[in-house]
Design a protein around this ligand. Structure first.
Ligand SMILES: C[S@@+](CC[C@H](N)C(=O)[O-])C[C@H]1O[C@@H](n2cnc3c(N)ncnc32)[C@H](O)[C@@H]1O
Length: 422
């Protein structure tokens, strides 16, 4: 049975804070993601930068990329690090912006901001630390020249709000250097709100082109991915490596610039309603079969109802039977194809068999011997196939994520740190 978890953003936030409190206070514990100096090295941080970091700070590094690859910080900048963690990037940024600049290191987790303050106070006079959420930045409009964020956005429940906040605080032309986890295949609703999975950096991640589109919606331009890397290949957990692989999870480092003005609300909606975005999303979520079948039903019964209503109103509109039947047949066959390809995911032939029976019945009724009952029975088979396919796709996804098999892989350790079988 697929778990329907329905956790609130508040619960996700608490799970994130538990996890990163453990990373701050017990960096030597076993985590499913790379932590500390080893991660800094494989992410290609410059040796001089790493050597300059206080040891306690480097030990709690939990970034997923190296945002400095995007090279968006200038001397003299007022620069913001969102989800700064123990502050590795903030302290490196402090040397990039120089004594004429300033770095504001912001993080949600108290243990992280405490640790960063402890190490920065006195040694880094141009670093200020704030505990706050990326969704509500306590900063004035257009007060920031550049933003760094490394591994935080995938943990934020409302990513659009966080991106709007970045836009708001950046001055026009301001620069963003972002490293984050993205996925190739979306995680669906019945497991994407599980805080346990969310803090593992895969389930909360966005599909790569959706993230780029969201940046554009928020008013960023000149968006350029400078590097993609297989971050999870370095995970010490085999289960995490497998989950990451099955969702195509990887890190990207990108650079973007704040446009002069944010798109108007109607421009944002036009962008979001673009048919290509809709179709791609329906396809990735496995809903193309349901959508096409719905169109076939609307075309069949909707057209008949419309003709009947217009006739009752005295407007005689004739239906072209061959066009009507041909469109229904085409949509039904397309629905069958979209549902049948679900086999690749769940390896069950039942949805495809139900589809073929349904399609044969519909085509028989349309082209050989019309009977409303045969036609309706065909649609019932097709609807059953679509429902079964969706159910099986979700079940397969839940199994990949380990939902419903808690004993097989993950235990929650003390203080929210997670320990796993390696
Ligand atoms: C993967 S860690 C990376 C930390 C740091 N950037 C680094 O490279 O070591 C993500 C950080 O984002 C913080 N975070 C998560 N959700 C946040 C939010 N909504 N607002 C601000 N920070 C958040 C966490 O507390 C955590 O410290």
């Amino acid at each position: 049975m697929v778990a329907v978890l329905g956790y609130s953003p508040q619960q996700i936030t608490e799970a994130v804070q538990d996890m990163y409190t453990a990373v701050a206070d017990r960096p030597d514990a076993h985590f499913h993601f790379p932590v500390g100096g080893q991660a800094l090295r494989f992410l290609d941080y410059a040796t001089a930068d790493v050597d300059s970091l206080p040891q306690g700070v480097a030990a709690s590094f939990a970034g997923v990329g190296n945002p400095f690859m995007a090279d968006a910080l200038h001397p003299g900048d007022t620069s913001l690090d969102i989800g700064a963690g123990a502050g590795n990037d903030s302290l490196i940024a402090a040397s990039r912006v120089g004594t004429g600049g300033q770095v504001i290191a912001l993080d949600l987790t108290a243990a992280m901001t405490r640790k960063l303050k402890y190490h920065a106070d006195g040694r880094y006079p141009n670093v200020g630390v704030i505990q706050a959420s990326a969704e509500h930045l306590p900063l004035a409009d257009e007060s920031i020249d550049s933003i760094t964020s490394n591994g935080a956005l995938n943990l934020v429940p409302n990513k659009r709000l966080a991106l709007r906040e970045m836009f708001r605080v950046l001055r026009p032309g301001g620069r963003l250097q972002l490293a984050d986890v993205v996925i190739n295949r979306p995680v669906n609703v019945d497991c994407d709100s599980d805080p346990r999975l969310w803090v593992e950096c895969v389930v909360g991640a966005t599909v790569e082109d959706s993230l780029l589109a969201m940046l554009g919606d928020a008013g960023f331009e000149n968006i350029r991915i400078v590097r993609r890397l297989d971050y999870f290949a370095h995970s010490p957990s085999q289960q995490t490596r497998e989950i990451a692989k099955s969702f195509g999870a990887h890190s990207i480092e990108l650079r973007a610039q704040r446009a002069g003005r944010a798109p108007q609300w109607w421009q944002r909606w036009l962008r979001r309603c673009h048919p290509r975005r809709w179709l791609t999303d329906l396809h990735r979520r496995g809903f193309l079969g349901v959508a096409t079948l719905t169109l076939a039903l609307i075309n069949c019964y909707g057209a008949l109802a419309a003709v009947a209503i217009l006739a009752a109103l005295g407007a005689g509109v004739a239906l072209t039977p061959s066009l009507w039947a041909g469109t229904i047949a085409l949509l039904t066959i397309l629905a069958t194809l979209f549902i049948a390809v679900g086999y690749r995911r769940h390896r069950s032939a039942l949805p495809a068999i139900l589809c073929v029976i349904g399609t044969v019945l519909v085509l028989y009724a349309l082209f050989i011997d019309y009977s409303a009952i045969t036609e309706f029975a065909g649609f019932v088979f097709l609807a059953g196939a679509a429902g079964r396919d969706l159910y099986l796709r979700r079940r397969e996804e839940a199994a990949r994520l380990g939902l419903g098999r808690p004993e097989s892989h993950v235990k929650t350790g003390v203080s929210g740190a997670r320990t796993e079988r390696r």
